[in-house]
Write a protein that binds this ligand. Structure first.
Ligand code: GDG
Length: 508
């Protein structure tokens, strides 16, 4: 640690920095805050304590110098073009992503990708070690950085380390396919506390440690033998900035835009909406199949009913994503070719990303929101939709395979693999009386309002502080054994388990 470096009590490490580079008309470089739940949550935390964010700035090659942006110290990490290919597109998105999402597409294993993943994780760990103050809290995000906890612990045994997984953690039978499974688990076990979206994800992790490493485990604790440490793994489900987004959705211009969207679609009786990154996990193909069958069977049809599908471009250099895009675009073409009328397309397919205001307007315009992933860590779109429905209108069709379903169990639940069932659920979401739908929407909104992203971050950090103690070497930094566990945090995170619906509620 160089003495002149600024250091921080809270350090976030995430694959991406929360800013995008924009070149202005006069050729100047500007950084614009990329709006996302994580950034909003961190803003609320960093208001009371200065924090740093370590991440990639989005361009390959040399990293920009560290800079401050809206009260957060941003510390860019460099990635070469080869590392973007091997660490990011390769190991993160073509090895880990499929394994962690039920192998919906086969995973690709390359030893060079693993070498790049390790090298980049080492670089992130060194950057974290540089900016973390004595005894700081370090919060590592997501599957791209699973080796960082152990690497940081080696460099900086004085800091407290947490990791949060935004995606599912797979059952041991799938995780075991990874040739580097032991190294990944050992990387994570460098943390004091590991956060997951669902209880099932935390349990999968603990089981993997027991079965693949032979580590002793007890409930949500894994013992790291040799280091006399215990690591806790628990569910702390992420959420959205309820009040910020609701305020946006209440803006008169946004509400007027929602009406304008409906009018430009010919004021259909039923407007259905899908909003997803174009990813095979999101179940877009299953959704289109159910919709196509409903149209062919004349149970629904344009112009009375129409579907808007926003498919945000994603990972376009990964083969599986290019294949998916072709399949979806062919299907949309076929549905419109077979089933649309002049001036009344059956599917409005939009392969763009939109400003937040437009998303909020779309959510308010939609009578039925289709969230049908085959597997999804949480799915924030579901929570954003109910947040925007301050009018209590609309209906949410929600896959049981999302983390969100474990909290939003009043939604119209579906199994997207069951096309017949999905069709029935869509019809039910359309035909349920408005009064009943309002009651459902009120309950869904209450859940998200009470469990917003600010509360998520506060709960996570409280759980990190309350994580089992580590015996510290007496020389050097402050002893952490003086800290008391925070019973409130422990109690609060077990609350998530209480919220999981009983299995018999699944078929609603
Ligand atoms: C991962 C996990 C987990 C999408 N298109 C546009 C746009 N979006 C926004 C949505 C939402 C976000 O992107 C997508 O979040 P999701 O949660 O739906 O899905 P992933 O991208 O797969 O996220 C997921 C999440 O991490 C957080 O932990 O929930 O399970 O896979 O906020 O609104 N936003 C704008 N324009 C778009 O065109 N402005």
């Amino acid at each position: 640690m160089s003495p002149e470096r600024q250091t921080f009590d809270l350090v976030i490490a995430a694959n991406r920095l929360p800013v995008d580079k924009v070149i202005t008309d006069d050729g100047e470089i500007e950084w614009r805050r990329s709006p996302g739940g994580l950034v909003t949550a961190m803003e609320s935390v960093m208001r009371t304590q200065p924090g740093a964010w370590v991440g990639w700035a989005g361009d390959s090659g040399e990293a920009p110098e560290p800079f401050d942006e809206d009260g957060i110290h941003l510390h860019p990490v460099a990635l070469s073009a080869e590392e973007v290919r091997d660490y990011y597109e390769g190991f993160s998105n073509d090895t880990l992503w499929p394994i962690y999402h039920d192998v919906i597409v086969p995973a690709t294993f390359h030893r060079e990708w693993w070498a790049a993943y390790r090298a980049v994780n080492e670089r992130f760990a060194r950057a974290v070690a540089e900016v973390a103050a004595e005894g700081a809290r370090v919060w590592v995000q997501d599957y791209q950085l699973q080796l960082v906890p152990a690497l940081v612990r080696e460099l900086r045994p004085d800091v407290r380390i947490g990791w949060f997984n935004h995606i599912p953690f797979p059952p041991v039978e799938l995780f075991a396919q990874l040739p580097w499974r032991a190294q990944l688990l050992e990387g994570l076990l460098g943390a004091d506390f590991l956060g997951f979206q669902r209880q099932a994800d935390a349990r999968n992790f603990v089981r993997a440690c027991r079965q693949l490493l032979g580590a002793p485990t007890k409930r949500d604790l894994v013992t790291v033998e040799g280091q006399h440490r215990r690591v806790r793994a628990a569910a702390i489900p992420i959420s959205v900035d309820f009040h910020g987004l609701e305020e946006l959705a209440k803006r008169p211009d946004v509400m007027a835009r929602a009406r304008e969207i409906r009018a430009s679609l010919g004021d259909p009786e039923v407007l259905m909406l899908g909003v997803d990154r174009l990813d095979y996990t999101k179940g877009i193909r299953h959704r289109l199949k159910a919709y196509e069958e409903l149209l062919s069977e004349r149970r629904l049809g344009p112009p009375e009913v129409t579907l808007v599908q926003v498919a945000t471009p994603s990972r376009e250099r990964v083969e599986a994503y290019r294949t998916l895009r072709n399949e979806i675009e062919q299907t949309v073409g076929r549905i419109n070719g077979d089933l649309a009328k002049i001036g009344a397309p059956a599917v409005h397919y939009l392969h763009h990303s939109y400003p937040r205001e437009e998303m909020a307007a779309l959510f308010q315009a939609a009578d039925v929101m289709l969230v049908t992933p085959l597997r999804d860590g949480m799915n924030l779109v579901a929570k954003e939709y109910v947040t925007c429905r301050h009018d209590l209108g609309g209906a949410l069709v929600l896959s049981e395979f999302t983390g969100a379903w474990h909290e939003l169990h009043q939604a119209f639940a579906c199994n997207p693999h069951d096309i017949e069932g999905l069709k029935q659920t869509i019809l039910r979401a359309i035909n349920t009386p408005a009064k009943d739908k309002q009651r459902i929407m009120r309950a869904l909104r209450r859940r998200v309002a009470d469990h917003d992203v600010q509360r998520w971050a506060a709960r996570y950090l409280a759980a990190l502080d309350a994580a089992p103690e580590v015996p510290q070497p007496t020389a050097g930094g402050p002893s952490r054994s003086a800290e008391k566990p925070n019973p409130a945090a422990v109690q609060d995170s077990s609350h998530a388990a209480a919220q999981e619906p009983a299995p018999q509620e699944a078929g609603r």
